[in-house]
Design a protein around this ligand. Sequence first.
Ligand code: GLP
Length: 238
Amino acid sequence: MRSANIHIFDVPDLAAVAAGDAFIATARLSGGRPVGLATGRTMTPVFEHFVRRDSKTNNLFASTIFSQLDEVLGQRSTNGSFANEIATNLFSQLRAKPAGFLMIDGQADEPATEAARHCHAIHKAGGLAMQMLGIGVNGHVGFNEPGSQKNSQCRVTDLAESTIRRNGYKVGMQGITLGISNILAAEQIILVATGSIKAPAIGAMINGPKTTNCPASLLRDHQDISLFLDKKAAGHIC
Ligand code: GLP
């Protein structure tokens, strides 16, 4: 059985920089296959690092095709969407625009069809060379909330109560997410977690049983998975 590569740093920014550098190294060798971005608070310093590297490196992402991990549904406009977060905090800050972006349309009339279309677009582009992930306080990855099966595909999901509370979403909110099987199909997985609030989820992912109660635990035997953590997020594994 393989085990995850775990890198632990003193502070969140160092974890973000190292994860960002690992992402860039793969993105530059992806040969036109898509590389998956996540969003959320944890990704903010990672995106900032991409922008810093882009300011010093010509055409950093000029041949990179990015793809989207998950998206919220039921928003009145695209302003609060994850796609907008990526466009505003990353793409609009880059000197050279990326070669492409496989995005999820959170405003689509038929979200289930949109989920299937996204999955197909990734497949048609050659499959994911890499997927970057954060982790939820309940062990979710993307919007694969507890209960998500290992063979789950890109689909519409109900968000867990803790996800709704932590992000200030409306009760009953749904999302579209790549499934666990789509994430496992990526050649490489990079997961970033910072802060003591993530320590129990990282502990369950690495040392707990492999169970749908902690969807991240279903990823831990992937052939190339690396975790970039700060000391606080690693609090339950060392
Ligand atoms: C969110 C998103 C994920 C994100 C994770 C961690 O709910 N669905 O894509 O990676 O949870 O978010 P944060 O970094 O804000 O804690």
